[in-house]
Write a protein that binds this ligand. Structure first.
Ligand code: 5AD
Ligand code: SF4
Length: 457
């Protein structure tokens, strides 16, 4: 243990796995005396935890690196220094190129090497270091766990990576190249991490993976466990009130997983199931391996298992070759499903992916379709929020509310909910009646507690 505390600043872009990874990087560096800081200005080590999924996200890194270099120059005029590291998927994809394009970077580290950070940081003090290997050892077996205090400070809802990488090779997607082949963690390792989180006060766990429902980890019985079985096991851990998982592929929704939606009260009735497009021609060109009809039939099956189910999805507009008719098919699918929330993007050609070499359609068309799709998705989101008014639901409270005397939490459908209460605390799950909705939040009151008991003194 180093006695002099050093400051670490991590800025994450992109998906939830990067949020989880940022925590694990901080945990890996804690024994070296690094303490996290919320601002980059006084950091001794800055880590940009990057995303490569679309061009815009990847390019952001370079402008951010420019700003970090200025910060560093400022500090150097005061006789101090800082180290700049690039982690995440841009690090994995571009490696040593980053050093060439952005002077001032000391360390480039890919997502599979985070357990080596203490050593890499020490080496980077003597000269530039790049580590984008896929090491033979299991990174998770070498990453230290967070302390109780740190877990508590991160709040009652935690992420837990169970699977990394992707073997699906959608023709638009860089993930199979940046995160590599599908790998699942052993069940015992995942369960031990979930038990530790629960023992430290975590109430909700979101299992993460680029293709989380392709999970096929080795079970304690020596057999391969799927995600459905894993969810049943984790739901049995005392203290775990809620479970979620993301991101899923429609092709990997097996019967066991669908049954978990029927059987586990802990599994929230909210599913992110990306479809990308509603046109069979485009789904085929994307190599998704299913049709629009398959997807709709699958949703019917999951809804039959869990009638309260609400859905979200990812969409891409303007994929190469997308005609107006193809795009109308996407709008038609959206109308059929009725989404509670969604993410939509215009197609961005990514280096090394098959779709980047297909005939592209004009940027203006991609943007126009995106706007039209987003208007429909926003209408559906607002309609879903309105449909929640008058309903009772359990809310997990995870932070102070907007106004004095309010606490804020999340509904089963991840909507922010504000409640006037003097008795509820962070980490509580309580029954709430939704009384109104704003643009982004719902407002509720506790069920079964007289209003005067909740009056703030
Ligand atoms: N262009 C636009 N969107 C993309 N996504 C993945 N790759 C691309 C790309 N090249 C979107 C998909 C995916 C989400 C994480 O990002 O919708 O589900
Ligand atoms: Fe990308 Fe998801 Fe397809 Fe994998 S399954 S290639 S992560 S879109």
């Amino acid at each position: 243990m180093n006695s002099h505390p050093k400051k670490l600043f991590v800025r994450s872009y992109g998906c939830q796995m990067n949020v989880y990874d940022a925590q694990r990087m901080a945990d890996a560096l804690a024994p070296e005396g690094y303490v996290e800081t919320q601002v980059p200005d006084d950091a001794d080590l800055i880590v940009l935890n990057t995303c490569h999924i679309r061009e815009k996200a990847a390019e952001k890194v370079y402008s951010e690196l420019g700003r970090m270099r200025e910060l560093r120059a400022e500090r150097q005029t005061r006789g101090e220094d800082m180290m700049i590291a690039v982690a995440g998927c841009v690090a994995q994809a571009e490696g040593a190129e980053i050093m060439k394009r952005a002077r001032g970077v000391d360390l480039v580290v890919g997502p599979q090497s985070y357990h080596r950070l203490p050593d890499l940081v020490a080496r980077a003090k003597a000269g530039k270091v790049v580590d984008t290997e896929f090491p033979a050892e299991d990174k998770f077996a070498h990453l230290p766990a967070a302390s109780r205090e740190k877990t508590l400070a991160r709040g009652p809802a935690a992420f837990l990576t169970v699977q990394e990488g992707c073997d699906k090779f959608c023709t638009f997607c860089v993930v199979p190249y940046t995160r590599g082949a599908e790998v699942s963690r052993p069940v015992s390792q995942v369960v031990a991490e979930a038990e530790r989180l629960a023992a430290h006060g975590v109430r909700e766990i979101t299992l993460l993976g680029q293709n989380v429902n392709a999970f096929h980890g080795e079970g304690p019985d020596g057999k391969v466990w799927g995600l459905g079985r894993l969810l049943v096991r984790i739901a049995g851990i005392p203290g775990v009130a809620r479970l979620r998982y993301t991101t899923s592929h429609p092709r990997d929704m097996d019967d066991e997983l669908i049954a978990a939606h029927r059987d586990l009260k802990e599994l929230m009735p909210y599913l992110h199931l990306p479809v990308q497009s509603g046109s069979d021609r485009i789904l085929d060109a994307m190599n998704r391996g299913h049709t629009a009809r398959d997807y709709l039939a699958l949703i019917d099956r999951i809804r039959a298992a869990q009638p309260d189910l609400a859905l979200s999805s990812d969409f891409i507009t303007g994929f190469p070759g997308e005609t107006d008719e193809d795009f109308r098919a996407t709008l038609a699918l959206v109308r059929k499903v009725g989404y509670a929330s969604s993410f939509s993007f215009k197609y961005s050609p990514r280096p090394g992916t098959p779709a980047a070499d297909m005939d592209q359609i004009p940027e203006a068309v991609r943007s126009e379709r995106l706007l039209e799709l987003q208007a429909l998705l926003e209408d559906q989101r607002q309609a879903f929020n309105r449909s929640c008014v008058g309903r009772e639901m359990d809310v997990l409270f995870d932070r102070a509310g907007r106004n004095q005397g309010q606490v804020a939490g999340r509904s089963p459908y991840l909507q922010p909910v504000q409640v006037d209460s003097s008795t509820l605390g962070i980490g509580d799950v309580a029954r709430v009646r939704i009384v109104s909705n704003g643009t982004n939040s719902l407002f509720g009151e506790r069920v079964g507690v007289p209003a005067d008991m909740e009056t703030v003194a």
